[in-house]
Design a protein. Structure first.
Length: 490
């Protein structure tokens, strides 16, 4: 029998007050593995009241004590990597090693947040005028919430949550309804960290739950990660209700290959970037732009590397790539591939109609590469979010940069070259917030902000690092006067 997932509110597992449930489907086998609440406004009312009450005590718990819970959380996650990673693989389809890599990035963020006693320190100026001192204090905002996407069920809530609670906020995580099991298991395990009830909560659901979060008067800050249209909606609605919002959206990431790039390294890194996690990474390479005399030989090698990828169950040894998340997603990707062909694209390797023995009901698409005559096709400008790489050729680096800068997205852009000048020009001129130089996935470490630009990000302060701390605190400036004659008598 499939289990109904519960919410975690005030330190307890509680059934949703909504009556509707959605199936959670294993994308490798097509089996329903659990049922998740479709969500309700009442659940959000309940969780927010709880978190708001807990905040009053938590904000005055000394930072050095708050981080002790995070140290324990880190240890618990590290002790249970394999179990959490296998649940993640089961519900998301990514390979076991990709799930484990997510855990490492999640834990990294806890480690950075553990420095909060130092990171929350402020500035003090004595004698800004005679007998007057001025300083500021960073104070938490109240209740924060994270609305997460399906593609990194472990890592993404940790771009925000450890910082938010370390700063003295209380928190609500809403996982993607497509992958609710991983975070549910993480919450079960981290109960042993003994956080005070109400500090960290989880509520499941879809649009109704999100809308209730956006509107609730006691939620002060929202961190969203997902597709661009929803990110824009979250940003605009959250701001309308007076909240602080950071909303990370979709992407279409270009990789420029210069004629002097080291071929073998470039090929290996591009193939991993484009087809790892079945292309469902917001930093995945999705367009390769070859420049000048860079061309046939490198393309031939990328095609060979794509064809060598073993597609299958992410829990099996030796598998490089799992399925995409849903049947609808698979159909959408296949439709976009066909559109690329109809628009004059040449398919160099076609992953449609792949057969994975034993997993006939899985949402598999093999690595696919399409060479495009120009940038006019829908597949060039649309985020595919699947294992599909488009190729395009330009004459020089200026043309490559101009092409990249004409995109609506600006999540990441990478260049492969041995020329310091080309790399420096690219770094300076390209309109993207995460830049890779001889790197295929320019994913910032936890002590740097995750810097999407353009329609890949709505807001001001990003996730991770000092940005997360500034996002989850507000500054209070204090100006004090203590006249000499008042203090002389002591
Ligand atoms: P999604 O936008 O469909 O869903 C994200 C979250 O929003 C989920 O929790 C979902 O329940 C909620 N949601 C969906 N539709 C909604 C609506 N109409 N109103 C209110 N809430 C809604 O995204 P997804 O398919 O889960 O994730 C894939 C997308 O996320 C891709 O576009 C990818 O590029 C993006 N992504 C971006 C980053 C980044 O750092 N920029 C990182 C990971 C994923």
């Amino acid at each position: 029998m499939t289990t109904n997932i519960k919410n975690y509110i005030n330190g307890q597992w509680i059934e949703s007050k909504g009556t509707e449930y959605l199936d959670v489907v294993n994308p490798t086998t097509g089996e329903t593995i659990a049922r998740v609440p479709a969500g309700s406004k009442e659940d959000v009312e309940h969780v927010t009241d709880t978190a708001y009450k807990a905040w009053h005590e938590w904000k005055n718990t000394p930072a050095v004590r708050r981080v002790q819970y995070l140290f324990r959380m880190k240890q618990i996650l590290e002790d249970n990597v394999d179990e959490i990673a296998s649940i993640c693989t089961r519900e998301s389809g990514k390979t076991f090693s990709e799930s484990k890599a997510e855990m490492i990035r999640a834990v990294e963020n806890i480690e950075v947040a553990c420095s909060i006693p130092k990171l929350m320190q402020s500035d003090f100026s004595e004698n800004i005028a005679t007998g007057i001192d001025e300083y500021f204090i960073r104070q938490p905002l109240g209740v924060g919430a994270c609305i997460a996407p399906f593609n990194f069920p472990i890592m993404i809530p940790f771009w925000f949550m450890p910082y938010a609670i370390a700063c003295g906020n209380t928190y609500i995580i809403k996982p993607s309804e497509k992958v609710p099991l991983t975070m549910t298991r993480i919450f079960e395990l981290i109960e042993d960290a003994d956080l005070p009830a109400g500090v960290l909560n989880m509520v499941h659901g879809g649009k109704e739950t999100v809308d209730a979060i956006l509107e609730h008067r006691h939620i002060s800050a929202i961190s969203f990660v997902g597709s661009t249209d929803v990110a824009k909606y979250i940003y605009q609605t959250g701001v309308k209700y007076g909240k602080r919002v950071q909303a990370q959206g979709g992407a279409k990431n270009p990789v420029v290959v210069m004629p002097d790039a080291d071929e073998d390294t470039t090929v290996r890194i591009i193939a991993d970037s484009a087809f790892g996690c079945a292309g469902q990474r917001c930093l995945a390479a999705s367009i390769v732009i070859t420049v000048g005399s860079a061309g046939d030989s490198i393309i031939e090698k990328i095609v060979m590397a794509a064809q060598a990828k073993k597609v299958g169950n992410g829990l099996s040894q030796g598998v490089d790539m799992g399925p995409v998340i849903t049947r609808e997603s698979k159909e959408r990707i296949e439709r976009l591939i066909q559109k690329g062909i109809d628009d004059g694209g040449k398919v160099l390797t076609d992953g449609r109609n792949i057969r994975v023995d034993g997993y006939e009901s899985g949402n598999f698409i093999g690595p696919t590469i399409i060479s495009l005559p120009d940038a006019s096709s829908e597949i060039y400008s649309t985020e595919v979010f699947g294992p599909v790489l488009c190729l395009i050729h330009v004459e020089n680096l200026d043309d490559a940069i101009a092409l990249i800068n004409s995109s609506r997205y600006g999540n990441s852009a990478c260049i492969f070259t041995n020329s310091g000048n080309a790399a420096r020009k690219f770094r300076n001129e390209v309109m993207a917030g995460n830049v890779g130089i001889n790197i295929g996935i320019a994913a910032p470490m936890a002590f740097f902000p995750f810097s999407g630009w353009k329609e890949s990000f709505f807001g001001d302060l990003h996730g991770q690092s000092m940005h997360a701390i500034e996002f989850y605190t507000q500054t209070k400036v204090v100006i004090e006067r203590w006249h000499d004659e008042w203090t002389r008598k002591f």
